[in-house]
Design a protein around this ligand. Sequence first.
Ligand code: OAD
Length: 262
Amino acid sequence: MQAFTKQFISEELRRRFSKANNVLVLSGAGVSAESGVPTFRGGGDSAVWKGMPFRVISSAGMVERELPEVWEWFNYRRGRLASLKPNAAHETIARWQDRFDTLGLVTQNIDGLHQAAGSRDVIELHGSIWRARCCDCNARHNVRELKFDNGVPGCFDCGGHLRPDVVLFGEMLPTGAFELAAMKAESCELCFVVGTSAVVYPAASIPEIARAAGAYVVEVNPERTPLSDLCDEVLMGKAGEILPMFETLSHKEAQKAQNNFA
Ligand code: OAD
């Protein structure tokens, strides 16, 4: 693929980026790809764990039938994620919090890398691998530091069985998360869709809501997706290479505006 250059960012997008007050970012697995997190599709789709496809081990049925095995799988994933660091895309998005009056960040990722980069108030549509939820009392607990090799950890409050606080195949999204994301989509002026194959709903409907409400929608992805045709612009390339370019652009634009004013 040809290296992405600043000239590919249209005048229209530069102008909108410089003026925007309310921006929304929807991120998917691709935003963490450059940190070393495997994506689900385009390589990771066929991932198996002890002979079980990802869709089976990460399913609601497995939590009911084989919770110790679910934890074994999630402990393996936690172990792999623990050493990974945010990349330039996560860092750029975190800095956009100070760049715009309102920045909404909605992620499908459970890896916590946006927060590790400094993003606050991240709407985690699919939960977090660093949290567990009690199957009995529903209490949520931070389990980042919790070490155990086998079995099922007990709830710190009631002693009931804890399960990973992530959305598994066949489960509903956390209460209110999608509604909040949809509200932000309705009010944003500019919506970036970064590193998602846009095939999993309702997450993929967020940019559709933004577009229908009049936002300018920009996709950042090395590949086209089912959403590409709906987007106002598609920037084909890696998030960690493309997003940082907006920072330098915005600084230059701001400088230009200041010079014109002086
Ligand atoms: P996918 O794995 O479906 O898609 C990853 C997307 O990232 C693809 O479109 C890639 O082309 C793109 N990509 C790869 N490298 C990239 C890079 N460096 N920069 C930008 N984009 C890149 O991931 P999601 O769309 O997040 O749900 O998947 C959605 C949901 O499907 C996941 O949250 C998960 C899975 O089922 C649950 O586990 C509930």
